[in-house]
Design a binder for this molecule. Structure first.
Ligand code: CTP
Length: 404
């Protein structure tokens, strides 16, 4: 990692994880970045400013009401030449104040006054993190283009287990590098990603679906776009925010997903099918609400088309990546799907594993290729899984040459 010549403003807020910001600062400085640290008042109760000042070799900024030597107002001046405002750890409180535009100390003023990219690494107790207030604030910040890294799941300072730990330092550094040194190794590719479940209507109010949250597919779309691909995300119903720089096509049913895919397929050079498509739909969904007085029903199902198989059959020079959610004999089942659907790679999700599968922010997968290779990845945040999948796509492209 080379951050030579980069200027980062590191905001440290009052979380028990503030001590980890010391290590983060050391790594950033080691990578060549010039780092100005801004501490909130409560952060100073956890770690002394002197620690940050010594390691950053710069004065630590804490006070809003001080003029710089050239009489510039601090909250305007501090991020002027900066490449990034990084807040780690970011408490529920500072996230809330950012999201509501409140500015009552130096850091919150910096956030409002800055036009630079912002990266937040939240850290708090699991119940706080899950609170709708915090979730809503994070969503709001995301829609403004603020990037969020973590939090990780694990043991928390309270003794609880859950999401809320500050993301690993290496994970934060990766997110920093992604912003400051975007890799463009997918430039020229047109990537179609599918994500989420499908809804197969029973009547106007009910439907068949599955537990897919869409997080894996959204992470892939975000990373693909960040790495320079023209990215189209065909998404089933999810509660997620559209990734930055991605064209999102919302669909509901498997048939709608198929139509959207086939529509965009001619221009695609890469197809990644992370959606959990319903294998069946009702043969005749009711157009009016089914009443309970209509006595117990038997639902007549018909198979949905296997979209991935259809795409595999006409893939040409495209790179096609499928997913397989399995519980039993994972690798054998996935190997079979890889060949049957004429794919280049298949990503196997062990949905039985701890921290893997639906609605988690982490996943445990293996990537199978046509040469019989099996790359087993450890438990990783979905964003990192996305990176590893796209690394394989880039490698395949390099081996094969242009996708046209
Ligand atoms: N898939 C698809 N269309 C379907 C069903 C699945 O495109 N009608 C895709 C999924 O997006 C995924 C892959 O096929 O990339 C594998 O999905 P999965 O449900 O694991 O496998 P199936 O082929 O449906 O096989 P089975 O249900 O027998 O495990």
């Amino acid at each position: 990692m080379n951050l030579q010549g980069k200027e980062i403003v590191l905001g440290v807020t009052g979380s028990i994880a503030a001590y980890k910001a010391v290590e983060l600062l050391r790594e950033l400085v080691k990578a060549g970045a010039s780092v100005k640290v801004v501490m909130t008042e409560s952060a100073r109760r956890f770690v002394a400013p002197l620690t940050f000042a010594t390691l950053s070799r710069q004065e630590v900024m804490t006070d809003l009401f001080t003029l710089d030597y050239d009489a510039k107002i601090r909250h305007i001046a501090a991020t002027e030449g900066a490449d990034l405002l990084l807040v780690a750890p970011a408490t529920a409180n500072v996230i809330g104040r950012f999201a509501r535009g409140l500015a009552d100390d130096l850091l919150t003023n910096l956030f409002l006054a800055s036009t630079r990219p912002v990266l937040l690494a939240p850290a708090m107790d699991a119940d706080m993190y899950r609170h709708p207030a915090v979730q809503e604030n994070l969503e709001r910040l995301r829609t403004w283009g603020v990037r969020i890294v973590g939090p990780a799941e694990g043991e928390l300072a309270s003794g609880m287990w859950g999401p809320g730990r500050l993301a690993e330092i290496q994970e934060i550094l990766k997110a920093v590098t992604e912003i400051l040194q975007p890799t463009n190794d997918l430039a020229g590719e047109v990537v179609i990603v599918t994500a989420g479940p499908t809804h197969e209507p029973i009547d106007p109010v009910r439907y068949l679906t599955n537990r897919s949250s869409g997080k894996m597919g959204y992470a892939i779309a975000q990373v693909a776009a960040d790495r320079g691909a023209q990215t189209i995300l065909v998404s089933g119903p999810t509660a997620l925010t559209a990734p930055r720089g991605v064209e999102v096509i919302q669909v509901e049913t498997a048939l709608e997903m198929r139509a959207a895919m086939l529509d965009h397929l001619p221009k695609a050079t890469v197809v990644i099918k992370a959606a959990a498509v319903s294998d069946y739909r009702l043969s005749r969904p009711s157009t009016s609400k089914v009443k309970k007085s209509e006595k117990p029903q038997t639902l007549q199902l018909v198979p949905n088309p296997d979209i991935l198989k259809e795409i595999g059959a006409q893939k040409g020079a495209r790179i096609v990546v499928g997913f397989a959610a399995e519980t039993g004999d994972l690798l054998r089942q996935a190997g079979r799907k890889l060949k049957e659907k004429n794919l280049d790679l298949i990503v196997v999700n062990d949905i039985g594993a701890e921290g893997a599968g639906f609605s988690h922010d982490t996943n445990v997968v293996s990537i199978l290729d046509l040469d019989g290779g099996v790359e087993q990845l450890p438990l990783l945040p979905k964003r990192q899984v996305a990176r590893r999948i796209l690394d394989r796509v880039v490698r395949l492209r390099q081996e094969r040459g242009s996708g046209g």
